[in-house]
Design a protein around this ligand. Structure first.
Ligand code: ADP
Length: 512
């Protein structure tokens, strides 16, 4: 690092878009580049991305961010990566071509593979070892699907010609030279979402990889979240810039929210909702439907763990109302409609589009709108759509309180939906604790920037993150206990209506 290097670049390879953000030493945003990529839905339940489009977009947004800040790579101390987790990319290391589109975390095509792997032992077969239940959400079964279904893929994989990674690995491999010496790495947080990493020892589990038929030669080397993995190479704007941080998006947000103490938690409201609570160096196995995951690992320090409640569909339900129902033309309009009524009119929307994630883990659930009467209008439905986000997070918080034995006293929030004040107030009401929004809500990119900046000495460590964090707004709970309990009771009843929807023959007709 030298005098000139006053900035850190974060690349946020998200589910709907890729962003590049330049941060200064105070953790403030200097400039942003952002580009959406296509969501490919080949069949019901399938969700794919084109990895080459993602890589092109990243190069574009890096250029936009540097241009916006009026700087060049010489002024960057390091670049950090954060990414949509679990989304699986398999590519040929000799050509750099993906053998198939990226299979996205929301994709449910591996339902049958998961059932077969579970066998008589059930969905918790690997949970003790990897911290996760068998579910379509995670990467391992998606890699198995690609090797089973793409012609010639298994032979190539066995010959050592294919590489796998979540999108962090894909981006870092390309950034650091691709076919000409690109480094094939991932960090502990991303690896903890594959179902293939031993959660206690942070190395690949050969038995599980063998069960899924995944050759170990495909897997990236597991690194800490904050160290220099390699340098920008080849064509591209980041030549010689150290690539020095990788954190899965939700862990990055936890880091950017300065949740470094045991018991501190954040909730991100994006495409889905993801609540993480720091459990320190202790590995806590959930009894209540939460995932055990790595929160972060700084260089040679011990790993810090978290319990996570993942909810698949929250902001994407608002997108669905916009794109598939057409009753709003932009996401913020949902709030205008919701504000026209005092309550949901008895209507509940359970968006089990990809089954239900935490705390239920039911892949055969599908979405439902219940409680409909002649009285309910689109404003009530808009309100119920917003409320479903808060209800799902309230259930996750209940599970966290039960697992940790301590009740959370406040919740830090971030993500695109926290602009919605009606939702934030309702969330505080349902939780019965204050909800707190920070000044910089791009906490995901910020966390990746910190991880990279700490690795190269641009920041000293976690204290800098704590010092730079500032509160923007706080919502206090106002709802009376009786109303809260009744709402939650009705919500849970609505959730039960979505269970056991998918029959084998229906899945066969709409799916494989
Ligand atoms: P991600 O990082 O997962 O791609 P973001 O954090 O950018 O997502 O959040 C975008 C999501 O938030 C979208 O799904 C969108 O529908 C939703 N969203 C954005 N603004 C609002 C709003 N004012 N009210 C409700 N939902 C919103």
């Amino acid at each position: 690092m030298n005098e000139q290097q006053q900035y850190i670049l974060a690349i946020d390879q998200g589910t709907t878009s890729s962003r590049a953000i330049v941060f200064d030493h105070a953790g403030q945003i200097v400039s942003t580049g952002q580009k959406e990529h296509e969501q490919i839905f080949p069949r019901a339940g399938w969700v794919e991305h084109d990895p080459l489009e993602i890589w092109r977009n990243i190069r574009t947004v890096v250029g936009d961010a540097l241009t916006g800040a009026d700087i060049n790579r010489h002024q960057l101390a390091a670049v950090g990566i954060t990414n949509q987790r679990e989304t699986a990319v398999v590519w040929d290391k000799n050509t750099g071509e993906p053998v198939y589109n990226a299979i996205v975390w929301q994709d449910t095509r591996t339902n049958r593979i998961c059932d077969e792997l579970a066998g008589d032992e059930g969905a918790d077969k690997y949970k003790e070892r990897v911290g996760l239940p068998l579910a379509t959400y995670f990467s391992g079964p998606k890699v198995k699907w690609i090797l089973d279904n793409v012609e010639g893929a298994r032979e190539k994989a066995e010959a050592g010609e294919l590489l796998f990674g979540n999108t962090d690995s894909w981006v870092v491999w390309n950034l650091t030279g691709g076919t000409e010496g690109g480094v094939h790495v991932t960090d502990v947080t991303n690896a903890s979402r594959t179902m293939l990493m031993n959660i206690a020892t942070l190395d690949w589990n050969e038995d599980i990889a063998a069960d899924m038929g995944i050759p170990l030669s495909m897997l990236p080397e597991i690194k800490s979240s904050s160290e220099v993995y390699g340098y920008g190479r080849k064509r591209g704007l980041l030549i010689d810039t150290p690539v020095a941080g990788i954190l899965g998006d939700q862990q990055a947000a936890t880091f950017g929210q300065a949740c470094f103490e045991v018991g501190q938690a954040k909730n991100t409201y994006g495409t889905g909702n993801f609540m993480l609570i720091n459990t320190g160096e202790e590995l806590v196995h959930s009894e209540n439907g939460l995932l055990t995951t790595v929160c972060y690992k700084i260089g040679d320090n011990k790993p810090v763990y978290a319990l996570e409640g993942s909810v698949a569909v929250t902001g994407s339900l608002v997108q669905w109302v916009r794109d598939n129902l057409g009753i709003i033309s932009s996401a913020p309009e949902i709030e205008e409609l919701a504000q026209k009524v005092d309550d949901n009119g008895g209507c509940y929307v359970v968006p089990a589009f990809s089954g239900l994630f935490a705390p239920y883990w039911k892949s055969d659930a599908r979405g439902a709108i219940v409680g409909l009467t002649r009285y309910v209008n689109r404003n009530h439905i808009a309100r119920a759509v917003l409320e479903s986000t808060a209800f799902q997070s309230a259930e996750v918080l209940e599970a966290m309180n039960a697992d940790s034995g301590v009740d959370l006293t406040e919740l830090k929030v971030d993500g695109g939906m926290v602009a919605n004040e009606t939702l934030m107030q309702f969330q505080a009401d349902l939780l019965g604790v204050p909800v707190v929004r920070p000044k910089v809500t791009e906490t995901t990119a910020l966390g990746a920037a910190y991880a990279a900046g700490i690795a190269v000495g641009f920041w000293d460590g976690e204290q800098d993150v704590i010092d730079n964090w500032a509160e923007d707004k706080r919502w206090e709970p106002k709802m009376d206990t009786e109303t809260r309990e009744r709402s939650l009771r009705l919500w849970k009843k609505a959730v039960e209506r979505t269970f056991d929807w998918v029959d084998d023959d229906v899945e066969a007709a709409g799916g494989e």
